[in-house]
Design a binder for this molecule. Structure first.
Ligand SMILES: Cc1cc2nc3c(=O)[nH]c(=O)nc-3n(C[C@H](O)[C@H](O)[C@H](O)COP(=O)(O)OP(=O)(O)OC[C@H]3O[C@@H](n4cnc5c(N)ncnc54)[C@H](O)[C@@H]3O)c2cc1C
Length: 364
């Protein structure tokens, strides 16, 4: 039996894994390696704000694998030995493969030095729950919390608004500021949506500072490029997502966006290795790191893994040019966009909520 190994239970591998019966029919054995849980980023900010609970946001990887009859190995892949065709785990375990698929996601690595405590980032999503409890404790003690977000893109804005929502719900005192090096918030959205986001943040009482560079975050003080200092209790560093460190450890061609793959989602250096989602960089495209691309690529990945094992032609994945994006503004409304069309209101949040819950129900 040829052995297909999936590393990381990301968005695309949820789909691939749910097709395990099809792999078995093709005479393929499927193994999933994951460090424990899939967390759905789309509702991470809402979890911080108190709208969602842990159970809404998480899928246990072992339970998922068992349900689909997939072999499961709990662990963190640290390198790939391509000569031996082994995935090497943190504890030294080696998992042999015939074909390998990587869906290991991304992390935040800011372009300035950080040290000290009180510093958080949007990933891992599970930390947002810990942050919620941390904030609640401070609010209950009556502390005034000085919150600074660094980064004015989707996750930075959404997390700020949801932290403010939590403070309102808990009767807490949160002083929020958002600092961004970009001239505008949520830069790739239509102009009207960008203005609306700024208005929503300012109306909620957040100080928005665009075109402002951070030099360092050290010991509860954020230093700006002009040397001015902003003391804080909580700093949320949302400066963008970088591909998982496993990408560099693979010793395959990669760039700052991820492991380079062709439109077949296959490494041009090693046709037994596939990659998808935030850890991959599809040749000829410069895609933002959003989960929707992994979701849409997953049927193509499934077909291609089976086709490669059978030595049949592969299918090309063509990323869509526009996609649905929706942000939870923490006040019962959302800001949604589809290409150049955008709107704000309860319906935008309701649509996001329906979409997100449906996705989680599919794989739970
Ligand atoms: C706050 C926030 C909100 C967001 N909202 C949205 C949104 O509304 N819509 C949207 O489309 N995108 C959103 N994004 C972007 C989205 O998070 C990413 O694009 C998406 O998570 C990438 O999915 P993925 O499948 O590549 O990896 P992930 O979903 O991150 O999955 C990677 C998996 O691999 C596992 N793993 C990682 N490394 C290893 C290893 N070495 N060995 C074994 N297992 C490993 C992890 O535990 C995890 O289970 C948001 C991001 C943030 C931070």
């Amino acid at each position: 039996m040829q052995h297909v190994v999936l590393v990381g239970l990301g968005h695309a591998h949820l789909y691939v894994g749910s097709r395990a019966a099809q792999f078995r029919r093709e005479g393929l054995r499927l193994t999933l390696i994951d460090d424990g849980e899939f967390w759905y980023s789309s509702i991470g900010s809402g979890m911080l704000g108190g709208r969602y609970e842990r159970a809404d946001d998480v899928i246990d990887a072992e339970a998922f694998a068992t349900r689909h009859g997939i072999d499961f190995i709990k662990g963190r892949a640290v390198s790939i030995d391509r000569t031996a065709r082994d995935v090497v785990l943190g504890d030294g375990t080696r998992v042999p493969y015939d074909f390998l698929s990587l869906n290991v996601g991304s992390h935040v690595s800011p372009p300035f030095s950080i040290s000290g405590d009180g510093i958080w980032s949007p990933k891992p999503i599970s930390d947002l729950l810990q942050l919620r409890e941390d904030l609640k404790g401070r609010f209950q003690r009556g502390d005034r919390v000085r919150w600074i977000t660094v980064g004015g893109n989707h996750s930075g804005c959404e997390l700020t608004l949801n932290a403010m929502a939590l403070a309102r719900a808990e009767g807490g005192n949160l002083d929020a500021a958002l600092v961004s090096a970009d001239v505008d918030l949520i830069g790739n959205e239509p102009v009207g949506a960008r203005k609306a986001m700024r208005n929503v943040l300012e109306a909620a009482g957040c100080r928005v500072m665009c075109d402002t560079y951070v030099n360092a975050i050290e010991e509860k003080v954020l230093t700006l490029a002009d040397s001015s200092e902003m003391p804080f209790d909580v700093a949320m560093v949302a400066t963008g997502l970088q591909p998982s460190a496993l990408v560099t450890a693979c010793e395959l061609d990669h760039n700052e966006s991820g492991l380079i793959v062709t439109s077949y989602l296959q490494s041009p250096d090693d046709d037994r290795i596939f990659a998808v989602g935030d850890c991959a960089s599809i040749r000829g495209y410069n895609l933002p790191k959003v989960g929707v691309f992994g979701v849409r690529a997953s049927p193509v990945l499934t077909e291609n893994l089976m086709a490669r094992a059978a030595d049949e032609p592969l299918r090309a994945y063509k990323p869509q040019k526009i996609w649905f994006a929706a942000l939870n503004l923490g006040d019962g409304t959302g800001l949604a966009s589809w290409g150049s069309v955008w709107w704000r209101g309860k319906s935008a949040l309701a649509l996001k909520d329906w979409n997100d819950r449906r996705f989680m129900e599919l794989y739970r």
